[in-house]
Design a protein around this ligand. Structure first.
Ligand SMILES: Nc1ncnc2c1ncn2[C@@H]1O[C@H](COP(=O)(O)OP(=O)(O)OP(=O)(O)O)[C@@H](O)[C@H]1O
Ligand SMILES: [Mg+2]
Length: 372
């Protein structure tokens, strides 16, 4: 377990708990004929941690820049705590920002960098010093205030940037890939620390990453973006287990896709006919399109122990590979290549050509729309 070096300390929070709501209403941004963000509707509730997740060029940074006020939008409106901020300059929006390439001033010390945010907001000098020092303390850099950015490690610079974003007690934090420059270990440590800090301050966060593990680990809600639009949004487990399309399913990890036709839909569930495998009852989100598939994550596919139970399909083992903590089995079933993953400790060795049966809990199979 990592000990957190960041703590909430005694930051004065304003009495109004319902603070830090961010709302985008039909916000669009075009650069010439490129539509970077396309009629986006997005809400971050006070205290909520929302992550924009999407491939490169999907409009994540553009969205953040418009909320922060560094970019004007072409249409729509941005509201903070219910008030339109479309004409307010960035420093009057009361948002702390840490952007990937929003660097520290190299000629200023860590302390001066943090103080700068207060200077911009016309806080008196004596108070500035103390608050900046407190903010550095909070991110575990209390003794490094005199250092210039080049005398700090990547992770320490990231913390100074975080202190600078927090020092004026903003209503919300905007973090755009704040840990992209860090190695894996530091990154995981910072993830936990940011999460701890966010919870103890009760501050809302709009976060950007294209790392799905980071999104899963940190978010209350994940908003998946593609081509400037939201394609799905919900709690991490929900988006992971119940993707609406094959694109979302594949973007958020590995999955088995079995093309199917729909026999019957009744709200939460559907009866489908899977190509080569036959009937199954699966979860249904009601998404509609031209063609459909059943999606089952490799860790949800199981070897059926009771062939007589009806829950199961005949399959042939192609290969089994021990990956350390897990074993990956490649199977053929009904003309499909399937992947089944189990914990090494749960798995028995399987031989190539071995005849098996595979199945899943009805809850784990999701009907989705094939779009790619
Ligand atoms: N100043 C600009 N002028 C022209 N096009 C731009 C500009 N900024 C962004 N774009 C375009 O807008 C789209 C969205 O860019 P954006 O930076 O928001 O993507 P992103 O999701 O943050 O990607 P990444 O994961 O690579 O950071 C891209 O097609 C990009 O080329
Ligand atoms: Mg970006």
């Amino acid at each position: 377990m990592t000990t957190s070096t960041i703590s909430a300390g005694s930051i004065p929070r304003s009495g109004n708990l319902a603070q830090g709501a961010i709302e985008l209403r039909q916000v669009s941004k075009s650069y010439g004929d490129v539509t970077a963000v396309d009629q986006l509707d997005l809400t971050v509730e006070p205290g909520e941690f929302v992550t924009l997740l999407g491939p490169s060029g999907s409009g994540k940074t553009t969205t953040m820049m418009m909320v922060a006020g560094f970019e004007d939008h072409t249409a729509g409106s941005v509201l903070i705590d219910g008030k339109p901020v479309d004409t307010l300059p960035p420093r009057d929006r009361n948002l702390g920002v840490v952007f990937q390439n929003y660097a520290l001033f190299p000629h200023m010390s860590a302390l001066e960098n943090v103080e700068f945010a207060l200077r911009m907001r016309k806080v008196p000098k004596a108070e500035r010093r103390q608050r900046a020092a407190d903010a550095l303390e909070r991110v575990g850099l209390g003794r490094m205030g005199d250092r210039k950015p080049r005398q700090l490690s990547g992770g320490q610079q990231q913390r100074v940037a975080l202190a600078r974003a927090l020092v004026f007690n903003p209503a919300a934090l905007l973090l755009d890939e704040p840990m992209a420059a860090l190695d894996k270990r530091l990154r995981e440590q910072m993830q936990e620390e940011i999460k701890t800090l966010q919870k103890s301050l009760g501050i809302s966060v709009l976060f950007v990453t294209h790392d799905q593990d980071e999104a899963m680990a940190m978010s209350d809600r994940i908003v998946v973006m593609r081509d400037g639009k939201i394609v799905q949004s919900g709690p991490p487990e929900d988006v992971y287990n119940h993707p609406l399309t094959d694109w979302v399913a594949s973007f958020l990890g590995d999955t088995n896709l079995i093309p199917c036709t729909i026999i019957e839909r009744d709200g939460e569930q559907a009866v489908v006919d899977m190509e080569g495998l036959g009937r199954a009852r699966v979860r249904d989100r009601g998404a509609t399109g031209e063609s459909y598939a059943v999606s089952i994550r490799p860790e949800h596919l199981k070897f059926s122990t009771e062939p007589a139970a009806g829950n199961g399909y005949p399959a042939t083992v192609v290969s089994s590979t021990n990956l350390g903590a897990t074993v990956r089995h490649r199977l053929r079933a009904g003309g499909h290549d399937l992947q089944l993953r189990e914990l090494s400790s749960d798995g028995a060795g399987r031989l190539p050509e071995e005849e098996v049966r595979v199945g899943w809990d009805a809850d784990r199979a999701q009907l989705l729309v094939l779009e790619s």
